[in-house]
Every structure is written in C-alpha cells, then in structure tokens.
Design a protein around this ligand. Structure first.
Ligand SMILES: NC(=O)c1ccc[n+]([C@@H]2O[C@H](COP(=O)([O-])OP(=O)(O)OC[C@H]3O[C@@H](n4cnc5c(N)ncnc54)[C@H](O)[C@@H]3O)[C@@H](O)[C@H]2O)c1
Length: 374
C-alpha cells in the first residue's frame, strides 16, 4: 500500500503520525511510505531520519494526499485540507466528528474512508488510541501544578515534596482512571501527600493495592470533597463519565473554602471540566485566576510535549496501521472488531451511530457497508 504522512497544520500541533521506526515497520511489509518535508521536526525527527528508514520525502501536502492510498495523521483535517482528500482514500487519524458538523459533511462529500482513532475500541470497552494521551496528560498534571504552585506563578509558594523537617504539599486527585492514576503516581514520586477520590470502590481497592504509601484513597462525594479542598494545595480534575459532560464536583461557591494560591489543574476540561469555574485555555495562555485560586485548563495538554506524545501515540496506532496496510481496510475491519468500531464515515455514508445522531444524518450499519465490499 502507498502510505502518506502529511505535516500537521493545526495551530500548535507538533506531533507527527509516524516515526522513522514506523516507516521501517511498513517497509518490512513491503509498503511504500511518503512523508511530507519537515513533518517530523516538531517531534525531533529530521527528513534524513525518515529517508534512512526507507521513506521518500515529498515537498508539499498536495503531493502527499495526491499519491497516498492511506493517509495517517494526528489531528482531523482542517478546512484547507478537505479538498485534498480523494474519493476512496483511507484517512486514519483523530476525527472527533461529533464536535464538527462541517468536518463531517466535508468527509461525506469527499467519499473518504474515515477511521477515527478515538472510536477504536477493545472488547473491555477501553479505547486503546485515547489511553496514551490520557497517560501523557495525567503525568503532566502534577508537573504543571508544581510549576503554578510557585509564588511568582501566583501559587501558594509550596514545594510539592517539602524538605526534611517540612511537610510536603497536599494533592487531591478527583477520578482514579487513566489520568488520575498517572497523576497520583507522579505527584507521589515528587513526595507529595496524595489523596485519590473515585466513586468506583473496586477501583479504589485496586489503587490502594498498587500505590505507594503516600497515596491514600477516599470515596468521592460532596462531603469528602468539600472537606479535602480546604487543605489541598493542588487539585487535579480527572473524572470521566463516558459520553456525558463531566459533573461539576467543585462549584464556584466552593472556591472561597480554598486557601489563596491553591492550584486547580482540570484535565477533564475537554469534557466540560469537573470544576465549574474552568474554561478551556491554551498553552500560550494556560492559566487564569478566580478568587485567588489558579486555574490551569489546557484542553490539549499532550501538545506541549510532542517528543513524548508522538512516541506514545504511534506505539499504539502503528500495529493497527500496519494491519490496515497489509490487508486493506475492508478485510482488516471485517476481521478485527476493534478497528471496525473505528469506522465513522465510509464512501459518503455515516456508519457510526453517535455521529449520525449528533447531526441528524442517515445512519448505515458498518456491517452492511462491509458486506457490500466483501
Ligand atoms: N486536557 C487534556 O489534554 C486531556 C488529555 C487526555 C484526557 N483528557 C480527559 O481527562 C478525563 C479523564 O480521562 P481518563 O482517561 O482518565 O478517563 P477514565 O475513564 O480512565 O477515568 C475516569 C474516572 O473518573 C471516575 N469518576 C466518575 N465520576 C466521578 C466522580 N463523581 N468522582 C470521582 N471520580 C469519578 C470514574 O470512576 C473513572 O475511574 C477525560 O475527560 C479525558 O477526555 C484530557
């Protein structure tokens, strides 16, 4: 198969969808890989690195879309890319269709095969191509929190780990899933005194078994949260209710119970945030202050660490991408349940129910579509 890797052009996106190691893997299976010039620079890979691994470099994005049977990307195509997509071309990337009617219509019109990272799903309902980014954001949260706790950054002026003879900072993590677990682990590694709250008692039991001694678990409820925020220095929001907006576990009136300089890192901001006063911010302007409480609510935290995020993402996407190249999307999706769930739009038809429902579009079952190709 001919694989194309365009340079990401969305604002401040420095990740790339394929590493030189990934190119070598495709070459091993006799595929041809074209990479747009400088596509990997933001993640630390030069054009020479790609060439050494067996890729060919093309100067423009038009060249890459023009030649490829499968495009592998990171972010959804933006408006200037819509017309580059060819009929029948397989696009494997994050789409998040339900949040963009314009993109959905564009891909329907282009008659592309759109396989969305975010809906590839395992039998246990986990989302293998979202987990790596949750891991990155979770591990970043205490790092960002520690920075904004410093006095010049308007924080309380407390060191997460304390020093001998001085108590460490208190970190409260709301939600003990992927983000919360990674956040707690890193905060504990810094030496902070960490509490994880979750509504899932089985999860709290698991965490209690695997976490170091400076991490405590506690049931998440309004009373416990209200008490804990009085002494927390850093609060990390990491809750998720699948398919729903995050619940506001900390409301505006609760800010007055916090000490000045408390830092809130609401990682769940992309689902509306679990802290009422959070609204999405950017890496250029990551924080704002309400009632002397510092709010950090960057909606794409992994974008700040592309060297790590690109490797984390491609470790997860590459096996699926190779399968698609080896078998073709029709056979790969027919035989692999996880990949089949990734199909969202196929040749002008919406085959993912959530997307059809979001915009009142006709829905065609993915199995019907695949049968037609069998
Ligand atoms: N900002 C970013 O850059 C970024 C990056 C990755 C993920 N995220 C977001 O982070 C959030 C968490 O993702 P995840 O992968 O950890 O999800 P997850 O499903 O692994 O974990 C969510 C946890 O929240 C718990 N929970 C639900 N309701 C709760 C409540 N009332 N109190 C306490 N806990 C509760 C669940 O039991 C679960 O353990 C999501 O909204 C995700 O989209 C943001």
């Amino acid at each position: 198969m001919i694989i194309g890797v365009p340079k990401e052009i969305k604002n401040n996106e420095n990740r790339v969808a394929l590493t030189p190691g990934g190119v070598a893997e495709f070459k091993k299976h006799n595929h041809t890989v074209y990479v747009q010039a400088t596509a990997g620079l933001g993640s630390g890979f030069s054009d020479e690195d790609y060439v050494a691994a067996g890729a060919q470099i093309l100067p423009t994005i038009e060249d890459v879309y023009g030649i490829a049977e499968m495009i592998i990307k990171v972010k959804e195509p933006i408006a200037s890319e819509y017309n580059l997509v060819k009929e029948g071309q397989l696009i494997f990337t994050y789409f998040h269709f339900a949040s963009s009617e314009e993109l959905t219509h564009a891909m329907i019109e282009r008659k592309a095969i759109c396989l969305a990272y975010e809906t590839v799903e395992k039998k246990d309902r986990s989302l293998p191509l979202l987990i790596p980014m949750s891991e990155v954001a979770g591990r970043m949260a205490p790092q960002e929190g520690a920075k904004y706790l410093e006095k010049p950054m308007k924080g309380r002026g407390i060191l997460l780990g304390g020093v001998p003879g001085v108590k460490p900072a208190e970190v409260l993590v709301l939600g003990g899933g992927i983000v919360g677990t990674q956040a707690a682990k890193i905060a504990a590694g810094f030496g902070a005194s960490v509490t994880i709250m979750d509504i899932n008692l089985s999860r709290l039991r698991e965490l209690d078994n695997i976490m170091p001694a400076n991490v405590k678990t506690q049931m998440s409820n309004h009373y416990n949260i209200k008490e804990a925020i009085k002494t927390a220095d850093l609060i990390i929001g990491a809750v998720l209710i699948p398919g729903a907006k995050a619940p506001h576990l900390i409301t505006r009136d609760m800010l007055k119970d916090m000490r000045p300089g408390t830092v809130l890192v609401d990682v769940a901001v992309d689902q509306g945030g679990c802290i009422e006063t959070c609204k999405p911010t950017t890496h250029e302007n990551p924080t704002f202050i309400i009632d002397d409480v510092v709010h950090y609510c960057v909606a794409n935290m992994p974008g700040a660490v592309p060297f790590t995020s690109t490797l984390a993402l491609t470790n997860a996407t590459l096996p699926y991408a190779v399968l698609l190249a080896n078998k073709g999307w029709q056979a790969a999706c027919s035989q692999n349940d996880e990949l089949r769930l990734g199909l969202n739009v196929v040749n002008g038809e919406v085959v993912y129910k959530g997307v059809a429902e979001a915009f009142n579009l006709p829905y065609t079952s993915v199995n019907n579509v695949l049968e037609a190709y069998a």
